[in-house]
Design a protein around this ligand. Structure first.
Ligand code: HEC
Ligand code: HEC
Length: 473
């Protein structure tokens, strides 16, 4: 009797112990977090996590197989590159995609570099040259959301369809399989929920590559502002040379004045949360963009012609655009510059106030968001790599910007990154631009190419000299 009791006791103890160990293992497997650390500041900028994986990312192995399983939802062949992502040779993930292990699995997220990395090529058959901190002219953010949405809406988005495709590349343990069986339907729900939160984009002009509506998602999803009918479509900005921009207003409408706050709002806008925003990692990004200098124009410059262009620039442009210019980095009233006003009207005083209250109770603060009435007279460094021009990317080349608005192209293709060395910008007309690009129609609301008349009435030889000088910036 006594022996039996003893044995039962032992068995129970063993079972309890095994259960505790199992639970501890599961707990460790689920809660263990692993964030790759990149020693190189450039790699940190391109691939380092800014904690967007948990709230808005997709489990990495699911993310990896989606273009293979649902290629019909991409605009053309090429996997994620068809959405304008850029792959460096030998890298597992595209520029601007991070990885991190959270909640039992590797997840992907986006980094600043997905929008803030420029590419260019001399000919379409070349591999792109990658310039971190430059503005992407290719990344199609809304197209990416739409792709994920189309996959999630497809009835085949199930564990039975997706899991074998994952196992085709990766051996999965039994625990992994259980975890993915749970994760796949949850991922589907989360993607559908996210696309529901972007439903308002469907009744407004499409962003297209290289552009986003940067703050309407923040207004509607984070700051609980009522859904209005504003259109904020705007071009990516370069982040380089922030040391020379010290004291400048930030963003196209100068809605911020603090670089640190701008960096932190950037991360929150991309999916980091007040609880997990990695302030130290973002400080590394900030240091990088303060120091990074844009590359020189990669083709020959006619020095004599450029020298002739310099005084023309000084007379007509420098007050607003040269470092040290009286009005450089300040806001020029919209009535004065005359460019499309939709981006300006998108941001409201109520949203600024809500954002300034947003981090109450957290160790970091937002105090410098504001409503303005003008557009930023941006510095023009690295200008050759910043096409299409103006805040809404409505003018394809420098030559077009110096033409009166009636002569600027009403329709062109953007998102093709082959340099146009003649007009200075990217090739924006012709079969190839049409195949690779997105048709930007300047008659659509928010896409107007009017305004900014500076230099438009210069004699044509002065314009040629001025453009040659602008290549040197
Ligand atoms: C989804 C695309 C996207 C991502 C990701 C993104 N940005 Fe931006 N960023 C933009 C766009 C577009 C603008 C211009 C927006 C506007 O004012 O209309 C901008 C503007 C800025 C500016 C203002 C530059 C100036 O000179 O005024 C800074 C600084 C900035 N971003 C930093 C960051 C940082 C740091 C991150 C990552 C933590 C980040 N951004 C992530 C798209 C993005
Ligand atoms: C009174 C101030 C002012 C003057 C003078 C001025 N600009 Fe501008 N410029 C602006 C403002 C403001 C913007 C942003 C407007 C917008 O995007 O809606 C801008 C934008 C630009 C851009 C687009 C930058 C980008 O990243 O897309 C270029 C290029 C440019 N200006 C070139 C020139 C040239 C060349 C001259 C001289 C012939 C000139 N500007 C004169 C105020 C000025």
């Amino acid at each position: 009797m006594e022996a039996l009791k003893n044995r039962t006791g032992k068995i129970i103890t063993t079972i309890v112990l095994v259960l505790v160990l199992l639970l501890a293992y599961l707990g460790w497997a689920v809660l263990r977090e692993e964030t790759p650390y990149y020693d190189s500041p450039a790699d940190h900028f391109k691939y380092g996590s800014i904690s967007t994986e948990q709230a808005e990312g997709v489990p990495l192995l699911i993310w990896e197989v989606l273009p293979r399983l649902f290629p019909e939802y991409l605009p053309r062949p090429g996997g994620y590159t068809a959405l304008g992502m850029t792959w460096e040779k030998g890298k597992e993930l595209p520029v601007g995609i991070s990885r991190r292990r959270v909640l039992g699995m590797e997840r992907q997220g986006i980094t600043c570099a997905i929008c803030h990395t420029a590419t260019y090529r001399m000919r379409s058959q070349d591999s792109p040259v990658i310039v971190p901190t430059g503005p992407s002219s290719k990344f199609n953010s809304l197209g990416y959301l739409r792709f994920l949405e189309a996959c999630a809406k497809d009835a085949r988005f199930t564990s039975d369809y997706i899991l074998p495709e994952i196992e085709y590349n990766h051996p999965l343990t039994l625990i992994d399989k259980v975890v993915y069986r749970v994760a796949i339907p949850i991922t589907r729900k989360l993607i559908l929920k996210q696309s529901q939160e972007f439903e308002w984009t469907k009744s407004r002009p499409t962003w297209g590559p290289g552009r986003i509506d940067p703050f309407n998602p923040v207004k509607f999803r984070m700051l609980d502002q009522p859904i209005d009918d504003t259109i904020g479509n705007s071009d990516m900005m370069p982040l380089w040379n922030q040391k020379l921009r010290s004291g400048f207003a930030l963003h196209w409408d100068g809605l911020e004045t603090s670089l640190t706050e701008t960096v932190n709002t950037g991360a929150l806008g991309d999916g980091a949360t007040l609880k997990n925003i990695p302030i130290d990692d973002l400080q590394r990004v900030q240091k990088y963009i303060i120091e990074y200098e844009p590359p020189a124009y990669p083709l020959l410059i006619d020095d004599r012609l450029a020298q002739q262009g310099q005084p023309i620039f000084e007379q007509n442009c420098a007050t607003c655009h040269a470092f040290g210019g009286n009005r450089t980095g300040t806001l020029i009233p919209q009535e004065e510059v005359g460019t499309d006003r939709h981006r300006l009207d998108m941001w409201t005083a109520a949203a600024a106030e809500a954002y300034n209250d947003f981090a109450k109770g957290y160790p970091f603060k937002f105090n410098n968001l504001r409503k303005t009435d003008g557009y930023l007279s941006v510095a023009l460094d690295g200008l050759w790599l910043r096409a299409p021009y103006l805040h809404n990317g409505s003018v394809p080349t420098l030559e077009d910007l110096l033409a009166p608005p009636a002569q600027r192209p009403p329709v062109f293709y953007r998102g093709f990154d082959v340099l146009d060395s003649e007009k200075v910008g990217f090739v924006s007309q012709g079969d190839e631009a049409q195949y690779w690009g997105f048709k930007l129609d300047t008659s659509e609301t928010g896409n107007s190419n009017q305004g900014h008349l500076y230099g438009t009435d210069l004699p044509s030889q002065d314009k040629t000299a001025l453009i040659e000088y602008l290549k040197t910036l």
